[in-house]
Design a protein around this ligand. Structure first.
Ligand code: PMT
Length: 432
């Protein structure tokens, strides 16, 4: 049968915002009911641009047919260690060598035991043992099996090798009728763990605080002063930091986005609430990145009820009070403590003068960002030109300049997901 290659995506290996693109993932499937979720996993992994090569144990084939995985992965499914045809076509050592990641989902108690014993008695365990790539296990089994001391010891032993990673299991209803831990992690969480397994962990052990989105300053219970920030830039920064191993808290203004996996989210409405949450955490953080577009003013005294048309009248005059400058407040507190923590990264959304273009425009952006850097006592300020609609505010793409006291790094324009990693690359360089 002619089997086509899985299409290669544009992004190649090594791009941190798409760590699976162009990579070879050997997906091992062992024999548990969760094997049916392997089909969804193949779909998600190929959607990320990965080349997926499936290996199934004999027990796995009792739960799901190889044809399903072959069709979805666009590549033959390997099942036998001692099949001459399969061995000449695929080769178990070639599979192990080609793999950038060996992902086993579901990983049963039996498979975990055989791996922990260093056995290579079928194709999957042989590949797991022969590969130099990280091995990521997504365990799935009955709750009593999962809590059995022998399984616990096997898991501990495998994780202790530092070449084996785990995702899940979660707790919930199990196919066997029990409720509790043992349920395989959801495919999206497994794919996220796979992305992380292939991402440089240069923020491991770091505590990171990120703010995102606008703040909404209430006028009455339904009306507010706000701005066009969607939260996308801040959420991308939080996701990138978590992918690079940081412990991330994301303080988000009112936005309709889902928190990235593994990130602690704190929702706030207005600037003063954002300030409270930031100040409560900044002392314990290694880095504070303020990507939020904090409203500069709030209405003086909010109405307790929705103002009627009559109350509003033909002309509405609002008295505004300046909001606290959160970033400047942290800068000052840090200076007063004579500490270097947290590293302070501000953002500056600017609309340079109408006539300026090219280098002159960038020079204007840099000058404004430096002004903020000095005034707010930041280590870095990330400048974005938001004069084009859909770029910077609201859109998925941007162009950023990372401005330090003496140096400027112009990041290539791109998606906020890509740029977020570019910003972290610069932060990592100056992190004590
Ligand atoms: O959310 P998106 O749609 O993805 O858009 C992203 C963004 C354009 C909002 C983001 O990239 C950005 O630039 N955020 C900062 C917006 C801004 O204009 O900030 P500013 O110039 O008002 O403030 C400078 C810095 O001080 C910022 O880090 C800001 O968070 C902080 N600040 C501002 C006012 C205030 N009262 N307290 C603060 O801490």
């Amino acid at each position: 049968m002619a089997v086509s290659e899985a299409p290669r995506e544009q992004a190649g290996p090594g791009e941190p915002w798409r760590p699976l693109a162009g990579r070879t993932v050997v997906l091992g499937v062992s024999g548990g009911i969760a094997a049916y979720k392997a089909a969804e996993l193949v779909r998600l992994l190929t959607g990320e641009g990965a080349r997926v090569r499936c290996v199934m144990t004999a027990a796995a084939r009792e739960f799901i047919g190889p044809l399903t995985l072959q069709t979805l992965s666009g590549a033959p499914v390997a099942t036998e260690l001692f099949d001459l045809t399969q061995e000449s076509e695929i080769g178990h050592i070639k599979l192990a060598d080609d793999a950038d990641l060996v992902l086993v989902a579901p990983a049963t108690a039996d498979l975990i035991a055989r791996m922990a014993a260093g056995m290579a008695d079928d194709l999957l365990t042989t590949v797991m043992l022969a590969t130099r790539a990280p091995v990521l296990l997504a365990p799935a089994m009955n709750v009593n099996m999962w809590s059995h001391p022998l399984v616990e010891a096997n898991v501990e032993r495998l994780v202790g090798t530092r070449r084996v990673l785990m995702v899940g299991p979660g707790a919930g209803f199990l196919a066997c009728g029990w409720v509790g831990p043992g349920r395989m992690a959801e495919p999206v969480a497994i794919v996220e763990a796979a992305r992380r397994a292939l991402t440089r962990q240069d923020l491991a052990g770091r505590k990171v605080l990120v703010t995102a989105g606008p703040t909404a300053e209430a006028i009455d219970p339904v009306r507010f002063i706000g701005n066009r920030s969607s939260g996308k830039m801040g959420f991308a920064l939080a996701a990138a930091a978590a992918a690079r191993g940081a412990e991330v808290t994301l303080i988000a203004g009112p936005v309709g986005l889902t928190a990235p996996l593994g990130v602690t989210r704190v929702d706030v409405e207005d600037a003063r609430a954002m300030q409270r949450e930031v100040m409560a955490r900044e002392g314990g953080a290694d880095v504070l990145v303020m990507a939020a577009a904090v409203a500069d003013y709030r209405a003086q005294g909010q109405a307790a009820h929705k103002l009627t048309k009559e109350e509003l009248g033909a002309e509405l005059r609002l008295e505004l009070t300046a909001n606290p400058d959160i970033l400047a407040g942290v800068g000052l507190a840090r200076a007063e403590r004579a500490r270097t923590r947290p590293l302070l990264v501000g953002f500056a959304a600017e609309t340079p003068s109408a006539g300026s273009a090219g280098d002159a425009r960038d020079a204007e952006l840099v000058a404004r960002a430096r002004g903020k850097l000095t005034r707010k006592r930041c280590d870095l300020v990330v400048a974005n030109d938001v004069s084009t609609q859909g770029v910077g505010f609201g859109g998925d793409e941007s162009r950023l300049l990372v401005v330090g006291k003496d140096a400027v790094e112009v990041l290539a324009p791109g998606t906020k997901a890509a740029l977020a990693h570019g910003v972290w690359d610069q932060i990592v360089k100056v992190l004590p």
